[in-house]
Write a protein that binds this ligand. Structure first.
Ligand code: HEC
Length: 136
């Protein structure tokens, strides 16, 4: 048992040396939305879908560092609120997708909701988001 724990400690220390990129590239064109909508997106989505990721302390410790960096990379690839200008031709479609993900509770991912209580959207916040996304 002692040997096994020693082994785990060595592995844990070893993986700290795997290089991880925690980038925050410049904000090119932040989303143009009313401030209440922006507040919601900022607290629930920006960590993965913007260039303004808050790299919390645990994102500096492997294996969480590897998982979070991957999430952010994937998240930005699918949707980046800091590059909203890239979507001018399909803003309406993207807004629909945003509401769909939130309505179906796919986004923010449950793991994130558990560790970031403030990202769990209230019914009122969801209403605001729906009205914005569907232009009501
Ligand atoms: C912990 C990171 C994280 C957070 C926070 C997060 N997302 Fe995502 N999101 C991802 C990842 C990773 C993907 C791409 C893979 C997937 O679809 O699961 C994604 C994909 C998406 C997509 C594209 C789906 C598709 O099929 O292309 C939309 C739309 C989206 N997210 C909206 C949101 C919204 C809106 C919020 C906030 C309410 C949010 N996300 C919060 C990580 C996140």
């Amino acid at each position: 048992m002692k040997k096994f724990i020693a082994f785990l400690v060595v592995v844990f220390i070893g993986i700290q040396f795997i290089p991880v990129e925690r980038t925050n590239p410049p904000v090119v064109s932040d989303i143009d939305a009313p401030s209440d909508i922006k507040d919601i997106l900022r607290k629930a989505c920006y960590d993965c879908h913007s260039n303004e990721t808050n790299w919390a302390w645990y994102t500096k410790i492997a294996p969480m560092s590897l998982l979070t960096a991957k999430d952010v990379e994937e998240g930005r690839k699918h949707l980046n609120f800091s590059e909203w200008g890239n979507y001018t031709s399909k803003t309406e479609q993207i807004k629909e997708e945003i509401w769909e993900e939130v309505r179906e509770e796919q986004m923010p991912p449950w793991m994130y909701r558990v560790s970031h209580g403030e990202s769990k959207l209230t019914p009122e916040e969801k209403n605001l988001l729906r009205n914005w996304a569907t232009n009501k």
